[in-house]
Design a protein around this ligand. Structure first.
Ligand SMILES: Nc1ncnc2c1ncn2[C@@H]1O[C@H](COP(=O)(O)OP(=O)(O)OP(=O)(O)O)[C@@H](O)[C@H]1O
Length: 348
């Protein structure tokens, strides 16, 4: 679909071309004021542009939207899921992560996102009757070193976590041989990894789960605030690569994201310095904004709560795993805890 499909003044079309906006769909990724800045058009011209773009997209749904509403929905209904390794959390997710689409898991530091991602790298290796996908996982680490010791501990503890699986099956699985660890310290190496090595692993059937831990790290570190346009373009290119991989290989993709805090109001004693101010209330939301959120099919969040739960000789900070949005799930949550053997829902 190009600009000729839009009923617009030639002047507006020329301004859009000068701004190097490549597709009608891309227009809808920007707010009105952003488009005004980009194109130099007036508010009413931009309004006209946005209305025309939205009308055209409704008449000619893009391939990804068609896939979402037909391909992905069919897959969602077909029920093929990757279980997370816990019945309580599987029930929350109606079986687990969908196999066609990008799932985002966001939350504050220490919430347990990496723990759940590691658990999925093991759970994918079980046969489908045990809610796995009978294959391995590729774990792309963009920030910290890969938590290999914790992974080994989770492997040792599998028989405690997966009491639903015969112990003989658990001991026959060579979990660590089927986890491919990739490090991508910058966007260029991430792109190389996603366009060359990951498709190869998927095509050979060696993996059926892609984890990116984390998306926010690279996009935050490589772009200054003024580079928002370039950042959004790269974000959309990155998420479309993930979508294609997920669709082509019927593979769940899990992206870990951080959160940002917005403080609404501050209390400051008249004689205190600015550093002594304390936030009165704060809002937590996933990093990377709308440009990224629009590309995600399922958004999950993990929260750290104030309480502690005890089980046998172990204690854990109580957490909550929440479904923020998903086409097939209601907004809901379950209390969870991180134990030696992994992440599990906590029965009320
Ligand atoms: N062996 C273990 N036994 C029990 N709990 C553990 C174990 N290892 C880690 N944890 C729990 O998991 C928490 C760390 O979780 P995780 O690394 O998944 O955080 P995260 O959400 O990925 O944070 P970040 O964004 O900083 O990477 C620890 O604070 C601890 O509570």
């Amino acid at each position: 679909m190009n600009w000729d499909h839009l009923e617009l003044d030639q002047r507006v079309v020329s301004a859009v071309r000068r701004a190097k906006l490549k597709s009608v769909r891309e227009v809808l990724c920007f707010s009105g004021p952003d488009l005004q800045r980009l194109t130099g058009l007036s508010r009413s011209d931009v309004q006209q542009l946005l209305t025309a773009a939205a009308t055209t997209c409704r008449r000619h749904p893009p391939v990804s939207a068609l896939l979402l509403y037909h391909g992905e929905c069919r897959r969602l209904e077909s029920g093929l899921r990757l279980g997370v390794g816990c019945p309580v959390l599987n029930e929350l997710l109606r079986g687990g992560l969908p196999v066609g689409g990008v799932t985002e898991l966001s939350g504050e530091s220490g919430a347990g996102k990496t723990q759940l991602a590691l658990q999925l790298c093991l759970s994918v290796q079980y046969p489908t009757e045990h809610k796995g996908l009978n294959s391995g996982a590729v774990y792309i680490s963009t920030e910290d070193s890969f938590p290999i010791r914790r992974l080994q501990q989770l492997i040792r503890e599998q028989s405690s976590l997966r009491s639903d699986v015969p112990p003989s099956l658990i001991s026959s699985l060579q979990f660590s041989d089927h986890i491919y660890i990739e490090h991508a310290a910058d966007l260029e190496s991430l792109q190389v990894c996603l366009s060359r090595r990951v498709p190869l692993l998927l095509a050979r059937g060696l993996v059926r789960l892609v984890v990116v831990d984390s998306v926010a790290a690279l996009f935050r570190s490589e772009f200054q605030a003024a580079d928002w346009l370039e950042r959004n373009k790269q974000l959309i290119a990155f998420s479309s690569t993930l979508h294609h991989l997920s669709q082509e290989f019927t593979t769940p993709v899990l992206c870990i994201n951080q959160v940002i805090y917005t403080f609404h109001s501050w209390i400051t004693h008249p004689k205190a310095s600015a550093r002594d101010s304390v936030p009165l209330s704060s809002n937590v939301s996933p990093a990377l904004g709308l440009a990224w959120a629009n590309q995600v099919m399922v958004r999950l969040m993990m929260w750290r709560l104030q309480e502690t739960v005890v089980r046998g000789d172990q204690s854990s900070v109580l957490r909550k795993l929440e479904v923020v949005f998903a086409p097939h799930l209601a907004r809901d949550s379950r209390d969870t805890a991180v134990w030696r053997e992994g992440v599990q829902g906590v029965y009320a």
